[in-house]
Design a protein around this ligand. Structure first.
Ligand SMILES: CC(C)(COP(=O)(O)OP(=O)(O)OC[C@H]1O[C@@H](n2cnc3c(N)ncnc32)[C@H](O)[C@@H]1OP(=O)(O)O)[C@@H](O)C(=O)NCCC(=O)NCCS
Length: 173
């Protein structure tokens, strides 16, 4: 079963695709958590917001979004995978794609504290903040591109920017 990866702004993707992404997010962030919460917060349709997602057999199985926060800063959010499709690497691919799209721009995120380790294993680092939103502890994290890092004092390469050298799936199309 082939998996295809897509990205685009709300203005670029069709209504059915956007509907499927919002539906997937509602399943994960509202229904599964049994937490009334307005997931479509208005930022999905901002011109600078990019949606990335994985599709298998016409079903959106994983997604994330990148929003512009000003001054070249990006925010990654709504990272989720359908329960039945987890641990197959979909979210990892999307995060890597997002970091390629971000290029030299730093990416910040506020993630469930219980998921923070997942992100640090993918090149993010804690940035000190912890908040509780609707009873759920969140950790603030950021990804700073390797080019913007101070050189490692010992000559080591430091924590990895995993996007380096990565050719995104859409580069050849
Ligand atoms: C966190 C979340 C997005 C991960 O999605 P996912 O698509 O399952 O992620 P991946 O498959 O890329 O990675 C999951 C793990 O499976 C492993 N994996 C990847 N491919 C695999 C494979 N073929 N076989 C077995 N394991 C595999 C990865 O190494 C990773 O392991 P790690 O946690 O030790 O790093 C998903 O669990 C989720 O939606 N959670 C609820 C919402 C959430 O917490 N969102 C993030 C914070 S707001």
């Amino acid at each position: 079963m082939d998996v295809s990866y897509f990205y685009g702004t709300a203005g670029e993707i069709d209504a059915a695709s956007l509907y499927r992404l919002l539906s997937l997010r509602s399943r994960v962030f509202v229904v599964a958590r049994r937490q009334p919460w307005l997931d479509p917060d208005g930022r999905d349709i901002e011109p600078g917001t990019a949606h990335l997602w994985a599709e298998q057999d016409g079903v959106a199985v994983s997604t994330l979004r990148l929003t512009e926060e000003g001054d070249g800063l990006l925010r990654m959010g709504r990272v989720c995978t359908l329960l039945s499709h987890r641990r197959q690497g979909h979210a990892t691919v999307l995060v890597r794609h997002a970091l390629v799209l971000a290029g030299p721009r730093p990416v910040i995120s506020d993630v469930y504290a219980r998921s923070a380790d997942w992100f640090t294993r993918r090149g993010f680092e804690p940035r000190g903040g912890r908040t509780v939103v609707d009873g759920e502890p969140h950790t603030s994290i950021r990804h700073v591109p390797a080019a913007r890092r101070a050189p490692a004092p010992s000559g080591g390469s430091g924590p990895g920017h995993r996007g380096g050298g990565y050719v995104p799936a859409w580069a050849s199309t």
